[in-house]
Design a protein around this ligand. Structure first.
Ligand SMILES: *Cc1c(COP(=O)(O)O)cnc(C)c1O
Length: 363
């Protein structure tokens, strides 16, 4: 049977190392903070190509803490793509700022910077490009816009560990970057976990303090922070899995290449693209079809799992029913009605891919 994700199969390939890593943490009682967290933070900072990595509770907290560290004025506006997971916009509101949604592009589905430029006001302070599905946003244009309007850039890298833009890894391109290690992400923990990556040591220190009750050492709370820390067991698991990440990305890219080759002859499907000078890590392999409801039924009948990322554009969610501007998300809305995510991952066998392709051919 084809699976959308198979974390148990992945575990079996690294079982001895994972079991040992978890046993080591338990033996040393390094449950919160400590040696294993520090080791992973150092390894991940090096992997991404930044000076500082701060582990935290999850990817949503990472965004919230990153925003808080910037100490923006009251009433600040933050540009967020309409086509992403709700965590990106939720964090903005939670941090006390105003979400301003921006439409997406029709080719790689990341933030549309022409639309972003139109929505900039005097109050706009931050732009959050999301490297959606594993494809890097157009960071050169993001950085130009940020320079022109004096905006901070927070990269949401939750879906794009290891993705590259002109030879540099995502997470090293803006002012701050946030990662999620939710189990199903390309680098996933065995529970909730996240991280913030930053060059600037002053901001890094600020983030670390916010995530740990406003302190550095045990009793010196300089301000009220919160509790959002990476735990030792998750860090140890992530250290093991980080060693295999590039290999798993290579396999994902191979599956994507095979899908591309076999599906290109089906005219009713719009395939995902990979722009020049980027490396797409295919957290999701998202196709578009006009008759999505019928296709979903066809897959259900054939017992093949599918995803939709995302079936409702964020501005159309009930959570945002108080927004006043509904008119400018044409492409996000179009996309929401057509996207289908096919199974992808290093767990797929050749016959799994064949089955998925066959199911599309018989549609
Ligand atoms: C998963 C995800 C997050 C949130 O991460 P959690 O660890 O689940 O809190 C944020 N942004 C995007 C784009 C995501 O896909």
């Amino acid at each position: 049977m084809v699976k959308f994700l198979d974390l148990h199969k992945q575990y079996l390939t690294i079982k001895d190392e994972i079991d040992q890593a978890i046993a080591d943490v338990i033996k040393s009682s390094a449950f919160i903070g400590g040696k294993y967290v520090q080791i992973f933070e150092d390894e991940f900072a090096e992997y991404v190509g930044v000076d500082n990595c701060i582990g935290c509770g999850n990817g949503t907290d990472a965004l919230e803490i990153a925003l808080e560290s910037l100490a923006l004025p009251v009433g600040s506006e933050v540009l967020v793509p309409a086509n992403t997971f709700i965590a990106t916009s939720e964090a903005v509101t939670r941090a006390g700022h105003k979400v301003v949604f921006v439409d997406c592009k029709e080719d790689d589905y990341t933030i549309d910077l022409a639309d972003a430029a139109k929505k900039i006001t005097k109050k706009t302070k931050v732009i959050i490009p999301v490297h959606l599905y594993g494809h890097p946003a157009d960071m050169n244009t993001v950085l130009d816009l940020a320079k022109e309007y004096n905006l901070k850039v927070i990269e949401d890298c939750a879906q794009a560990h290891g993705a590259e833009y002109y030879g540099k890894r995502v997470g090293s391109l803006g002012d701050i970057a946030t990662f999620s290690f939710y189990p199903g992400k390309n680098l996933g923990a065995y529970g909730d976990a996240g991280a913030i990556c930053i060059y600037d040591s002053r901001l890094a220190k600020r983030c670390r303090m916010i995530a740990n009750h406003g302190r550095i050492t045990k009793y010196d709370h300089e301000f009220e922070g919160r509790n959002s820390r990476l735990d030792g067991i998750q860090a140890a698991v992530l250290s093991v899995k980080l060693k295999y990440l590039n290999e798993w990305i290579t396999k994902r890219r191979l599956v994507a290449k095979t899908y591309n080759k076999l599906l290109t002859r089906l005219p009713f499907i719009t395939l995902p693209i990979e722009k020049n000078n980027v490396k797409h890590v295919y957290h999701l392999y998202v196709i578009r079809v006009k008759e999505r409801e019928a296709l979903v039924k066809h897959f259900l009948k054939n017992n093949i799992p599918l995803g939709m990322h995302y079936p409702i554009s964020l501005p159309d969610l009930k959570a945002y029913s108080c927004l006043d501007d509904y008119n400018s998300f044409k492409k996000s809305r179009l996309l929401a009605g057509e996207v289908v995510s096919l199974p992808i991952g290093e767990h797929l066998r050749e016959e799994d891919i064949e089955q998925v392709v066959k199911c599309l051919e018989t549609f």
